[in-house]
Structure formats: C-alpha cells, structure tokens
Design a protein around this ligand. Structure first.
Ligand code: PEP
Length: 249
C-alpha cells in the first residue's frame, strides 16, 4: 500500500462553462474532508470562479517567461493571483500541438516553483515509441530534462503524471500492470538519486481513466491517483473516481 496521499486531478482542456464550474464544484466539495486531494484544471478564464467555490485549482500550462510581449500567454505570477495552486507542465497536447520541448517544459517547471505554484510534470510515450520499446527511455529523458536544470530536490515540491499518449482521450487505458510497471520504473530511477524524494513523490496515472477502471489502477503500489480528462467533466463519474482513490490511503 502506498503511504502517499492520493490526488485526483481533473483536466478540463478547452472545455467547460460557467455553469459546469458550479456543477462540478458542488460535486467536488462533497469529496472534501476525505483522504484524497482533489484538484481541477479548468480553462484559465474559469479559475477565479472555481476557486471562489473553495475548490483547489490549477492552470493547464503557464508561460516560461515572467512578463512582456508574449501575446496570449499566462504568467505563473498571474496564475497564482487568479487562485491557482498547481499548474500542469508538459501535457502531451502541449508537447504535440504547441511544440513544447523538454527544455521549455523544464523552464515552465522552474517558473512555476519560483512563483509558488506546484508543477504537475506530465510525461509519457507515444504508441510508436511504446511499440519500439522506447517507453522507459522517453519517460526518463522527459524527467531528466527537469532534473538536469533544477536538481533532484526540485521534484520534492512537485507531482508527476505518467500519461501514455496512446491512452489519452482514446478510451484505450493502460492496464494496471502496464501503468504500474512504468510508475515503478520512474520511482526506481529517481531513488538512485534520492530515496526520500522518490518515496514521497506522488505519481499519477492519466489516460482514459473512468469510474469503472480507476479503482484497479489506483490500488497499484506506485500509482498515487489520477489525472482525468474526459471523465472530469461529468460530476457523477468524477466523484466516483475521487471515492475510488480512498482505497489507496
Ligand atoms: C488528460 O487530459 O490528461 C487525460 C488523461 O485525458 P483522458 O482522461 O480524457 O484520456
């Protein structure tokens, strides 16, 4: 059994509305006072509204710059002022669609921590990379980009999310065994640099988690909860996923 507190995080992507903020916030508040941290990552425009409901919120990305002529970007400092306590960095959609490199992701990770936000570093391989046996190499490179910039200690104030790209939004979830194997690989890799950091780090699984498969994923020894996309937009499913994380305490 893991000794780390589980986290269930909802990534709304570019979905949702003011109405959904109120519906999901009410549902999330039902999960409060339980042994699980629930965090929602709505579109930035909805952050303040959701934070006003008392829900812990984060941004889906932040700029790697402080301020200036970067039209459309959101700085970590402003995200914090809007009520965010966390930010995703390196979500696979940011990497694939917006061309974020490992280096840019490491810069964002640093910028988050400098501004008092907890980064949730998302890593994961594509289907092609898995099929050619490169999963561990890809995931290690994504994590090592942050460690080489900031050192292993930086991970002690962060969260990691293993999200195989082939499982995101596809309905093709990794089996609990497949996910556990990569989570264990990550923890073992980090423990060669710092056993305390490796043991304390919450590593979430993401990729088509729903209320039917969450329990079997979350009860794996190195899986400390989930990063949920589609199912986080449905109040009933999200609450039941939050409840299924309780078994992992
Ligand atoms: C995600 O957006 O990080 C995600 C895992 O999405 P989904 O749950 O829809 O696969």
């Amino acid at each position: 059994m893991a000794q780390r507190k589980p986290i269930v995080a909802g990534n709304w992507k570019m979905n949702g509305s003011i109405e959904l903020v109120s519906e999901i916030s009410t549902a999330v508040n039902e999960c409060k006072n339980k042994q699980v941290d629930v965090i929602v990552f709505p579109p930035a425009a909805l952050l303040t509204k959701m934070a006003e409901f008392g829900v812990e919120v984060g941004t889906q990305t932040i700029s790697e710059f402080d301020s200036g002529a970067y039209t459309g970007e959101l700085s970590a400092e402003l995200a914090k002022q809007l009520g965010a306590t966390y930010t995703l960095v390196g979500h696979s959609e940011r990497r694939a669609i917006f061309g974020e490199s490992n280096e840019a992701v490491a810069n964002k990770f640093a910028k988050a921590q400098e501004n008092g936000l907890i980064p949730v570093l998302c890593v994961g391989e594509t289907e092609e990379q898995r099929e050619s046996g490169e999963t561990e190499k890809v995931v290690a490179e994504q994590i090592n980009a942050v460690i080489s910039k900031l050192g292993i200690a930086a991970l002690s104030n962060s969260v990691l999310a293993y999200e195989p790209v082939w499982a995101i939004g596809t309905g093709k979830t990794a089996t609990p065994e497949q996910a556990q194997a990569v989570h264990k690989f990550i923890r073992d890799m980090l423990s060669t640099q710092s056993e305390p950091v490796a043991q304390a780090l919450q590593i979430l699984y993401g990729g088509s988690v729903n209320d039917k498969n969450s329990k079997s994923l979350f009860t794996q020894p190195d899986i400390d909860g989930g990063l949920i996309g589609g199912a986080s937009l449905k109040a009933d499913a999200f609450v039941s996923i939050c409840n299924s994380a309780l078994g992992n305490v």
